[in-house]
Design a binder for this molecule. Structure first.
Ligand code: HEM
Ligand SMILES: CC(C)=CCC/C(C)=C/CC/C(C)=C/COP(=O)(O)OP(=O)(O)O
Length: 301
């Protein structure tokens, strides 16, 4: 028996289905949903709360699968995505489609029956928005694709909140707005320094359509309303000082890094340290902001 065969590992096809769900990106998506759920007023039975988060995770996985089903040809043209299960030829397109539709139907159905139909409706809408509005309609047609389409990724904390309360009030709309305004700096910073090949694959992302100067201006521009909305829960008296201080400090660091991106003139990836720093920090920022927000609300409750 070889060392490799003795390792405990998933059979290849399971690993491929797992990869279809884009687990690394989706982990933060699911975390924001958990924070929305924990920050909501009222009580949810832990088993129902766990079920809600599981459904959101499965719904997010459905998004990844449906996206890769539709984009198999595009993914084959980009080095970054060419090793995904479909372009690499390890899986049928049909299997990915069935997996995506199955996960979507299962997650929405269980959410509706076990949690409530408001959160199930929001989950169904988010999946539709990402799979159809973003992937099929906006992404191949406009460099504003991720601005509008990014709304799909902003829904999870609203869904988590609605799982507890059965409604959507100002606070979850603020959580939505934070992610909505965070997405353009998050993605465009990455698109500046990483060889994404979107241009070669015919996808009109902002850097390859309008150039690096416009992209840097837009990154800096979106960071201001993002910071303002991030601090808003404290200003409106919906959080304590802990979140107030944390959101101010984190947003200040974000703005400073976005300013360094704005000032940078480099067009070689090796000189794009500010862009790399902003992308890496964008993930830490959202993680800490949501974690501290939920913690602060639990302390206040
Ligand atoms: C339309 C919106 C978005 C686009 C186009 C986008 C695009 C990307 C891309 C291309 C990557 C590089 C790595 C990869 O391909 O897996 C990435 C990484 C990442 N994104 Fe986004 N993203 C978006 C929204 C979001 C949202 C809403 C979240 C979470 C709330 C998120 C969380 C992450 C995380 C955690 C990573 C790092 C993953 C890793 O370490 O491999 N993204 N994003
Ligand atoms: C609960 C629920 C329904 C959540 C939706 C969450 C969601 C779909 C977030 C979007 C994040 C994401 C994977 C962007 C990748 O963009 P891309 O697919 O354009 O990137 P690619 O070029 O790597 O394929």
């Amino acid at each position: 028996m070889t060392t490799a065969s003795r390792n405990i590992s998933l059979p290849a096809e399971w690993r491929d289905f797992w990869a279809l769900t884009k687990p690394r990106v989706m982990s933060l998506v699911v975390f924001t949903a958990l924070c929305g759920l924990l920050a909501a007023p009222g009580h949810i039975h832990p088993v129902i709360g766990f079920t809600a988060i599981l459904c959101i995770a499965l719904g997010a996985g459905a998004c990844g699968a449906l996206n890769q089903w539709y984009e198999a040809d595009v993914d084959a043209k980009m080095a970054r995505t060419s090793k995904r299960p479909l372009p690499a030829g390890r899986m049928d397109r049909e299997a990915a489609l069935h997996f995506g539709i199955g996960l979507a139907a299962f997650s929405v159905g269980i959410m509706g029956v076990a949690v409530n139909w408001i959160s199930a409706g929001l989950l169904a809408f988010s999946i539709f928005f990402y799979a159809v509005v973003y992937t099929i309609w906006l992404k191949p047609n406009t460099p504003q694709n991720i601005v509008i389409g990014g709304a799909a990724g902003a829904f999870p904390p609203v869904i988590g909140w609605a799982a507890v309360t059965g409604d959507v009030t100002l606070l979850p709309i603020l959580l939505f707005s934070i992610i909505f305004l965070w997405t353009p700096p998050h993605f465009w910073a990455l698109a500046l320094f990483m060889k994404t090949d979107y241009g070669a694959a015919g996808i009109p992302m902002l850097p390859n359509v309008s150039g690096q100067r416009v992209t840097r201006n837009q990154i800096f521009g979106y960071s201001f309303p993002m910071a303002a909305v991030a601090i808003a829960p404290f200003v409106l008296g919906e959080s304590g000082w802990l979140y107030g201080m944390a959101s101010a400090i984190l947003s200040l660091v974000f703005l400073m890094l976005a300013f360094k991106v704005w000032r940078n003139e480099a067009n070689e990836a090796k000189d794009m340290k500010p862009e790399k720093q902003l992308f890496a920090f964008s993930i830490l920022y959202l993680f800490l902001l949501f974690a501290i927000f939920a913690f602060d609300r639990i302390l206040l409750a």
